[in-house]
Write a protein that binds this ligand. Structure first.
Ligand code: NAD
Ligand code: UDP
Length: 318
């Protein structure tokens, strides 16, 4: 990345801000673009003022104007937590569709590599397990998760069309559940939810019977996969995630062990269309990118918990 210039859309978000840091470390100039829909100024704190970093406040649905040469466009902009996209259904659909097309136009105009952040949600409530990239998915197009799932499926479709028809050098990453510092404590996703509850000594809010499974990837590993994919010639979608699968009840135990807290399990209703099982098949990432996750859940949780402890100022997360 030395001497290259990258644009990170959604750069003030959880993943986007870590990606900006990694690109700067690799010697790239970075322009982060964000409208703070679900991101935060605070996530830019370690980035502002660093040589080679610039921030542009812009809604990518309205258009994108970035001056100067661009070698890479990383499109990370989109609400990502089920609670966020339930509250922001139209914004989610628009950023996945109009926003992605604006991002593609920027990549086309500058001859840049374009990397689209897609998601394991394109597999819906999967009938194939573990999920490999050849599986087309099982998505309810009118359910509450559809605004996100279908926006991301459309984003993959338009990215593929720009690659075919306009010659854009497109890459598609299907990201599985990722966690780490800078998630919002109250974004509703299970990692900040359980960590916050453990730090406050509250019960864990388990949705359904807690037997649904997920596989959690630490953000540093994910970002390494994103950079490897951007630098590769791989044009097919690539799953990036940690294959260590566990039930949500087992995950609650892991958080309790790491945080040394948390009370009982408080069962709550399962949200509609909540996928029952999820585990990435990462054969493609392993063979084509030489990528696999390195950070254990225990280590990743330690980092994440100390972040949430620090932002709570030692007085218990709120
Ligand atoms: P996030 O909500 O922290 O970050 C998304 C960022 O995009 C925010 O800063 C938000 O303000 C910005 N944004 C949204 N709409 C925008 C718009 N119209 N214009 C400009 N900026 C806009 O979420 P995240 O977890 O960091 O996710 C980043 C990307 O990775 C998303 O595209 C998400 O779909 C994808 N992804 C994440 C996960 C995960 O587990 N974290 C899993 C699968 C896919
Ligand atoms: N979940 C839970 N309690 C919570 C938040 C989430 O049991 O407080 C469950 C949720 O129903 C899902 C899993 O944890 O089965 C992961 O949810 P998350 O919102 O983190 O991401 P998803 O994989 O569903 O997009």
């Amino acid at each position: 990345m030395q001497g290259k210039r990258a644009v990170v859309l959604g750069g003030a978000g959880f993943v986007g801000s870590h990606l900006c840091e990694r690109l700067l470390e690799d010697g790239a100039g970075v322009v982060a673009v964000d409208n703070f829909l679900t991101g935060a100024e605070e996530n830019l704190r370690t980035l502002r003022g660093r040589p080679g970093f610039a921030f542009v406040r812009q809604d990518i649905v309205e258009g994108l104007s970035v001056e100067g040469p661009v070698d890479y466009v990383f499109n990370m902009a989109s609400p990502a937590s089920p609670i966020d996209y339930a509250q922001l259904p139209l914004e989610t659909l628009r950023v996945g569709s109009l926003g992605t097309e604006n991002a593609l136009k920027l990549a086309e105009a500058r001859g840049a590599v374009f990397l689209q952040a897609s998601t394991s949600e394109v597999y819906g409530d999967p009938l194939v397990h573990p999920q490999h990239e050849g599986y087309y998915g099982n998505v309810n197009p009118i359910g509450p998760r559809a605004v996100y799932d279908e926006a991301k499926r459309y984003a993959e479709a338009i990215t593929s069309a720009y690659a075919r028809v306009r010659g854009v050098k497109a890459r598609i990453v299907r990201i599985f559940n990722t966690y780490g510092p800078r998630m919002r404590l109250k974004d509703g996703r299970v990692v900040p939810a359980f960590v916050g509850q453990a730090l406050r000594g509250e019960d864990f809010t388990v949705f359904g019977d807690g037997t649904q499974t997920r596989s959690f990837c630490y953000v540093k590993d994910l970002v390494d996969g994103l950079v490897r994919l951007a630098l590769s010639e791989v044009t097919e979608p690539v799953n990036i995630g940690n294959p260590r699968e566990m039930t949500i009840l087992q995950f609650a135990e892991a958080v309790r062990a790491a945080a040394g807290g948390g009370g009982r399990i408080l069962y709550q209703p399962l949200p509609q269309n909540d996928p029952k099982q999820r585990q990435p098949d990462i054969t493609r990432a392993r063979t084509l990118l030489g990528w696999e996750p390195k950070v254990s859940l225990e280590e990743g949780l330690r980092e994440t918990i100390s972040y949430f402890r620090a932002i709570a100022g030692g007085s218990g997360a709120s």
